[in-house]
Ligand binder design. Sequence first.
Ligand SMILES: Nc1ncnc2c1ncn2[C@@H]1O[C@H](COP(=O)(O)OP(=O)(O)OP(=O)(O)O)[C@@H](O)[C@H]1O
Ligand SMILES: [Mg+2]
Length: 367
Amino acid sequence: MATVTIDKARKAYGALEVLHGVSAEIADGEFVVLVGPSGCGKSTLLRMIAGLEDITGGTISIGGRVVNNLPPKERDISMVFQNYALYPHMTVAENMAFSLTLAGAAKEEKQKRVAHAAQILGLTELLGRYPRQLSGGQRQRVAMGRSIVRDPQVFLFDEPLSNLDAKLRVAMRAEIKSLHRRLATTTIYVTHDQVEAMTMADRIVVMNSAHIEQIGKPLELYDNPQSTFVAAFIGSPAMNLLNGRFDTDGGKPVFKTNEGILLPLPDNAPRVSGVEGVYGIRPEYFTLSPANTGIPARVVVVEPLGSETHITATVGGQTIVTVFHDRLNIEPEETIWLQPRTERICLFDAGGRRLTEKAVERNLQHS
Ligand SMILES: Nc1ncnc2c1ncn2[C@@H]1O[C@H](COP(=O)(O)OP(=O)(O)OP(=O)(O)O)[C@@H](O)[C@H]1O
Ligand SMILES: [Mg+2]
């Protein structure tokens, strides 16, 4: 087991800069998920840690040792890829032992390690089978078994579940987590699926076009996104983000949408006028209020999911989604009235950065 320290790591392909100096400190035994949209640089960063890509600038250290110039096999890491091709002509046991065979391990040692990994992964009964005789989930476990037998300091996973169907993905997610609980090996896991990130990670690193937006525990990111990007990326349905400006109404702070609809702010919000910004509120933080009180919203779609009802509506011209844990008798075209839980509101500046109350005041002084 080991810490992984990424210090201002840069990657460029010629003139194309695909990582602009990213830094993150991953603790010994931690399960960290790198998440972000396609092309933001997740695989590139993982491959730099693995030693499969040169590091253009900065340093990467594993267990306190800078590995920039070490070949992959000397880094004591093990990587599981999205396309984890198993050798079709080898049994499960042979597939799992393959890296040990290459390393010239003794037969007894190989058997011992394969038996141990097979037991952890529930593959003991399947050791004599060939890959074509396995289900997708079993094959995925064999691919992980190949990593476990090497007992590395760090596991690296690049979207290992994306080839599986939805149900199997959920099951494998739980298996990888429980595997991590037993082995406690430092793990860096790449996905573009925010649900996978939320459910698996000790901490999440949210990436966006070549840089890190925010690092934090899943619920820290959910409750306190530092940018509209993180606010919209983490959580489903996404946080509602309404554009407008800060204002006051009868001495009370309010937010006025671009269409002139007044949205309440907490009483302790700064009393400023004219500063542009973004009003963020998650779908579950609304309650229905009596007609002509609160925010008027015109219903577009009602989705009864059984345990929840999702309502898509427009406030002024801007679309919002609300989630209620009741079955509601609401129809499209109706106007409903909403009360946001003001203590849950997240405010951002016009550039999408999270605003503290102080920052709103500072902004006003400058304008
Ligand atoms: N060998 C290469 N030469 C030039 N550009 C590359 C090369 N490899 C990757 N890139 C570019 O680097 C950027 C980051 O790619 P990367 O594979 O790290 O993205 P990703 O976040 O893993 O995306 P995805 O979720 O689609 O797998 C992309 O814009 C990609 O086109
Ligand atoms: Mg990738």
